[in-house]
Design a protein around this ligand. Sequence first.
Ligand code: AMP
Length: 192
Amino acid sequence: MRICVYCASSALVDAVYFEATERLAKILVAAGVSVVYGGGAVGLMGKLADTVIASGGSIKGIMPNFMNEVEWAHKQVTDFEFTDTMHERKARFLAGIDGLVTLPGGSGTLEELLEAITLKRLGQFTKPIIILNTNGFYDPLKQMLDRCITEKFMHEKHRQMWTFVDEPEEVIASIHSAEAWDEAAIQFATNK
Ligand code: AMP
């Protein structure tokens, strides 16, 4: 399996988030998963890549050229793809993967996650989306998405697009048990 992981660039977050990232990285490597991520060397991104490499796993970074020019690319990640724009990078994250896992993060992580959910709603992306709710970080997002559905901004069926899990140990099983999704989602993308 090839899994894309979205996570924070910040190096200043609580140790609980670094620990969850490290556990997730080890679990992915043990399961033989190839990891795709943003290519960064710091924060949770750095922890993810460091751990995958130290565990003997496979990891690929996808980063826009302007970030590489300011030397944000992880030096030990050998498999890299550079893009012209942030938009192109986000499209490349989702190409050819079997699932997406989102750890806690800031605006970049949230934006990437919400774009993937939006594309899935339109049937343009069909793979499992797992949201790792370490420390209850994503409780407000869960509430927001629930509210989108209860207030009919989204359809009840859209709840099947994502899975919230509390622990990294639940990630692989939740990818396997995620509801099937396909291009036909376009038929119920809009509430009318
Ligand atoms: P955030 O969750 O806001 O930290 O955003 C993560 C995203 O921020 C990444 O996917 C990148 O687009 C971007 N980013 C910010 N700083 C860095 C960095 N030092 N290295 C790599 N990506 C970064």
